[in-house]
Ligand binder design. Sequence first.
Ligand code: PSV
Ligand code: MN
Length: 409
Amino acid sequence: MLDVSDRAYTLFEEVQKSRGINLEQVKTKLKALKIETPSWGYGDSGTRFKVFPKQGVPRNPFEKLEDAAEVHRLTGLCPSVAIHIPWDKVDDYSKLKNHAASLGLAIGAVNPNLFQEGEYMLGSVTNSNPVIRRKATEHLLECVDIAKATGSRDLSLWFADGTNYPGQGDIRKRKAWMFEALAEMYKAITPQMRMLIEYKFFEPAFYHTDLADWGMAYNYAVKLGPQAKVLVDTGHHAPGTNVEHIVAYLIDEKKLGGFHFNNRKYADDDLIVGTINPYELFLIFYQILSASNDSDAGIRQTVDNIAYMIDQSHNIEPKIPAMIRSLLNVQIQYAKALLVNHTQVEEAQQRNDVLAAEEAVRRAFEFDVTPLLHVVREEQGLPLDPMKAFLASNYGKDILARGKGGAGW
Ligand code: PSV
Ligand code: MN
């Protein structure tokens, strides 16, 4: 039975029915949406100017999982957690995996970290010193072993490698070294694993970055083989870049592996996803959903295997509510994108009716999906308003006993 608060749903249902939208299918898709949260999003993080330590932040990877489990309990959206090595280094990864399982979670993507050791100042896998390159490659291989122990499918790869001045490095040699390291890693992964190659156009390097854009990531992924895909971090593009175009292109090439969701105003701001430009997020999902019924099974398979992950830096905001907000923002835009009438869009495209086509897409964005999400949550036995439920619970108060100075970077 519907809650009184969801009388609005009856009205919503009528409107959607008249638009030819099957809400039962929409609800099924919403219930299947899974978004991975990052262990580092629960810890202290900051800008290069300051990290503000927060009270109650997890002190180790086990406590990070506990916070993630609480977020999953309230939202039903995030059954896996990405780990970053060495931030989440433990002696026994099967213990970490079992701890996750005991909380109803799985360990998700394993992220090697090749940007925090002094030796990597001038590059990790692209360093001109072969000893440092070897050390960096060994770390990639270590992460493959960790993924075996945690049962993770994805290795999520981001390289800070780059140079600050023209002439500082040999760009083409570095390109070859990057490939060499990736190829060695590719040989080490199991048939179930995937390498997700992330790109970013600048920072920390300010002149050139070895893996600067989706074209370079795509090229490495093609050369490596079918288990290598591209990872799109929404914050890693120059202002004005049409990210949803990149998404559609990579899906069509069957090379889109996953996302790091966050939002940006200027550069890689790592703000909460959907807070600055929710329409972009909606349009990304519109592209994904347009491809989800493609006649090409490879494209359908690509869409089905997209890893949705959050990658944010919660500098001033409390970590758990920030994560809940992020998940809800993704869910809202996904719900809206599910309301696009694709037949209507296609018909308008065929008539070359530009305004009708634009209207058919935007219309879905303009609906308030609150009643729909209430009903979905009610059917899943979840709190109708996960944020409110968290704020009313004792979890946030209890963890304050952890004190200040928890895990961070
Ligand atoms: C780099 O800016 C990045 O997006 C990469 O995914 C890192 O692994 C992550 O942020 C955490 O620093
Ligand atoms: Mn990222």
